[in-house]
Write a protein that binds this ligand. Structure first.
Ligand code: ZN
Length: 863
């Protein structure tokens, strides 16, 4: 069968929603032979009861073959099946019953039913991931979020496995010799297809219970589970995971005022997962990277807590009330993102979540919002491929920033009251923007249409610039803040209402101290701030406390002050905002990368917050590899190695800072031979500072760094693998082999032609190929542009995206060259001109990669 057309348009889905209503769906999956690597497919039986108001429609299914299909008992011709859709004609007015039996394929790409074999013990693990539309890879269904159904799953699998779905188990029968079990799960409340889930395998399981007694005397008990692969059990931290889970359920139960509706709450940590986590009701899937095999920092655990709370928020926002179509993805993702940080700070031990949000998460939004493909938070999404590309920094991080601003604007109590009204009104249904705004307006008594137009319905970022006038004593005589933004769609200038804080800092005893904070509203293009007059001008920080979403500039005096005293600012959140301002200025070619690096190298060694330290060192690496001219890189890389090498022995033994410096040393050493000896010293044990645990993960970081420098022999890498023949070890070994100098051609061949690679194997190869230490080799650019359409046609969306993004050619300016003259810029522009008909999602990737390259080249000009 040739590649079927798997895209589905919004227009088609609107028609189908008008044509049918889905009532019940029973799905029987036979996974009995899953552990046999020679079986490639499983039998799937899907029985759908639906009501029709039209004569024809179609059902979605991506399967190896349709075994049998009947509609109201009448056989359907399997020849009508095109690999993605089975047409349904002759529907009865009123109730219909569809049965589709198919052979569906186990996935290695993380889409559909993923199958993984553990190298440690040979055990087989299965889990599903369906968002946005991969339930059709496991059972025939009407794959669109507004056709909700009540699902009954029936799963047959080895009886000694955990057999799980989103609902609790209703009954179990054991077949023949007792080796197989068939589990029937309780019928679910109405939910969208993309939220259904199944997992099976010899998972390690820890149980707990969450109990809630409410003010009215009613009580609720929800069984909790935390699961991971058996071979990861020794590294699992179920107590920490379950504690955050209970804390979150307490908070959200109060805040949302709607009793948890999904019966039980399992959190399963799975291998080779494409994303961080997924909010399947009752069975939340998490990437195994949140099971820390090696040492972990508090920042690592804080990230896991944020993700747990993000997914938990979806049990209401997204699962209970679901966006009607993928143009409303923000309706669920913005809220989940916001609450991940909000609840972390409110009720968990991770009380500096907003610093991470400011220092790291918002950078994702700022980056995305300055690409030519940016879009309003409320986006237009015409089809599925576009929907997949929109799980981006706008939908998540900018959306969350806008809601954070809204919470500051209407007040938290009103914000949650509006949420409660929303759930009470739309439970188990589908919604659009106006439904939510109506509830928030009702609760707050404010008109939110203007706010929505400014924040949700226009794209682009506002730039806030302070104009500071001061007297000879460094006192402010006048402060004006200007905002500038342009709607990228129309080119029209925009002003937005910003509620924010301006922090005024004085230099006292060698420290930058905040002595005045002025909460104000910026509404116009220019806002005079009279309350600032007489205050200190050493540092004027607009949007201190990070209430708003904007790119903030520093005035020349403030820039001079942070150059020498950034690390003396007491509040980590304020330091994060200054670091963010410096980074944005570098990306905009306003601050030369060399100057940014001077400030960073001078200040980062004194950064007391380990999470911020990690974020800044990441930016330093990017500044060197992308924004600095190629000729200056070797020296800067060596300087980064030296900074890490010098800081490591100074860090407190066993501290997060120590681990962060060690990780960063290996990263820096992967691009500079000056780090090779230090990394060898870590591996050999000669130069391991007290308190640093050289666990398997850190050892692999070292091996990868040495391999990148051609300083590790293949036999050494093989020995390292023999010492750690695990999934993580194999991926790291794959990366180490692919990152060695002189292996690029072989890596390119494998990455682009071996379709048996798993998602994570492919990622490792692509990472090795694109390592910044490799010289630019122009031949690959042409091959890239000659190949991408083929990849798009023959690979799944996930795999094609990994190739199209990861193999986009890098480039640096030659001395005297302008960005427009760069050969990759020209090739990319030509490709875009020559392929107007290429799939929009692929064009979007090329446009974005090109924009990133052009931005880097512009920065190289000024550096
Ligand atoms: Zn989410």
């Amino acid at each position: 069968m040739s590649s079927p057309v798997t895209n589905i348009t919004h227009a088609e889905c609107r028609q189908r929603a008008a044509a049918i209503t889905v009532d019940d769906q029973r799905i029987e999956l036979d996974l009995a032979a899953a552990a046999d690597p020679d079986t490639t497919a499983f039998r799937s039986r899907s029985l759908v009861a639906f009501t029709a108001r039209a004569e024809q429609t179609w059902v979605d299914l991506i399967a190896d073959r349709v075994v049998r299909a009947t509609l109201n008992g009448r056989e359907l011709d399997p020849a009508g099946y095109d690999g993605a859709r089975l047409p349904l004609t002759g529907l009865s007015t009123g109730r219909n019953e569809l049965l589709v039996e198919a052979d569906c394929r186990y996935s290695r790409t993380g889409e559909g039913l993923h199958r993984f074999t553990d190298p440690v013990d040979g055990a087989t693990y299965l889990y599903t991931h369906f968002e946005p539309t991969d339930a059709r890879r496991v059972f025939a269904n009407f794959e669109q979020p507004d056709l909700k159904a009540r699902f009954t799953f029936v799963v047959t699998a080895p009886s000694n496995w955990q057999i799980l779905s989103g609902a609790v188990e209703a009954s179990r029968t054991v077949a023949g010799d007792g080796e197989l079990a068939t589990v029937t799960f309780v019928r679910t409340p109405p939910q969208s297809t993309y939220l259904t889930a199944v997992a099976a395998g010899p998972y390690h399981r820890v149980e707990d219970v969450w109990t809630r007694v409410r003010g009215d005397g009613s009580a609720q008990e929800v069984a909790l589970g935390a699961l991971c692969r058996a071979s990861m059990a020794e590294h699992f931290e179920p107590a920490a995971i379950l504690t955050v889970t209970r804390q979150g359920l307490d908070f959200l139960d109060d805040a949302f005022g709607f009793a948890y509706p999904w019966g039980k709450y399992d959190s399963i940590f799975v291998p080779e997962y494409n994303i961080g986590a997924m909010e399947n009701p009752g069975l939340v899937t998490f990437s195994e990277r949140f099971v820390h095999r090696g040492a972990a920092t508090r920042a690592d655990r804080a990230r896991r807590a944020e993700v747990i709370l993000h997914e938990m928020t979806h049990m209401w926002f997204g699962d209970l009330v679901t966006p009607r179509w993928w143009d409303g993805t923000w309706l669920k993702e913005s809220f989940a993102d916001l609450m991940g940080y909000h609840v972390s700070e409110a009720v968990t031990e991770f009380d500096s979540a907003w610093t991470t949000f400011a220092g790291r998460r918002k950078a994702w939004a700022y980056h995305q919002d300055q690409l030519p493909t940016t879009h309003p938070i409320v986006a237009r999404v015409d089809d599925l491929e576009a929907a997949r590309q929109n799980f981006d920094g706008i939908t998540y991080a900018k959306g969350a920033s806008a809601l954070k601003q809204l919470m500051a604007y209407v007040g938290p109590a009103e914000f949650f009251a509006g949420s409660r009204a929303y759930f009470a009104r739309f439970a188990f249904g589908n919604t659009e923007l106006d439904d939510l705004l109506g509830c928030l307006e009702g609760a707050s008594g404010r008109d939110l249409r203007t706010w929505s137009r400014a924040w949700l319905q226009t794209a682009g970022i506002s730039e806030l610039t302070p104009r500071v006038t001061s007297d000879g004593d460094g006192r402010i005589t006048r402060l004006v803040v200007t905002q500038s933004a342009t709607d990228p769609a129309t080119g029209v200038p925009l002003t937005r209402p910003h509620r924010l804080v301006v922090g005024l800092y004085d230099l006292v005893d060698g420290e930058l101290r905040r002595v005045r904070s002025i909460e104000t509203d910026l509404v116009e293009e220019r806002t005079e701030i009279p309350e600032a007059v007489g205050g200190p001008a050493a540092l004027v920080l607009v949007n201190d406390d990070d209430l708003s979403y904007a790119k903030v500039r520093l005035d020349p005096g403030s820039l001079a002050a942070v150059r020498t005293h950034l690390s003396t600012i007491a509040a980590p959140l304020s330091r994060a905002l200054v670091w963010s301002a410096l980074w944005n200025a570098t990306r905009d070619a306003v601050l030369p990368a060399a100057e940014y690096l001077d400030i960073a190298f001078g200040q980062v060694g004194r950064e007391p917050d380990a999470a911020l330290l990690e974020a800044v060192l990441g930016d330093v690496g990017s500044a060197i590899e992308h924004y600095l001219p190629a000729g200056a890189r070797a020296a800067a890389r060596a300087r980064l190695v030296e900074t890490c090498r010098a800081a490591l022995p100074q860090a407190e033994p066993g501290s997060d800072a120590q681990l962060t410096w060690a990780r960063q040393l290996t990263r820096a050493a992967s691009t500079s031979a000056t780090g090779t000896a230090a990394v060898r010293g870590l591996l050999d044990g000669d130069a391991v500072p007290d308190g640093l645990r050289m666990d398997a993960d850190l050892r692999w970081d070292c091996w990868v760094a040495l391999a990148a420098q051609g300083a590790a022999a293949p036999a050494e890498l093989d020995a390292a693998l023999a010492a750690d023949d695990t999934m993580t070890g194999r991926q790291a070994h794959e990366l180490a082999l692919a990152i060695r100098p002189g292996t690029r051609e072989a890596t390119w061949q494998r990455a682009t032609s071996d379709e048996s690679l798993s998602n994570d194997q492919l990622r490792a190869l692509v990472r090795g190929f694109s390592h910044p230490g490799h010289p630019d080799e122009p031949g690959y650019a042409q091959r890239y542009f000659d190949s991408i359409l083929g990849w798009w046609a023959s690979r799944t969306m996930t795999m094609a995206t990994v190739l199209a993004r990861g193999l986009f050619p890098a480039g640096s300016l030659e001395p005297g060259q302008q960005p427009d003259e760069h050969p990759v810029v020209r090739q990319a522009r030509h490709w875009l001109e020559d392929h107007p008909e290429a799939p929009n999602a692929l064009r979007r990737i090329v446009i974005e990669q090109l924009a990133d390259l052009e931005r880097a080249l512009r920065a190289q000009v000024v550096a």
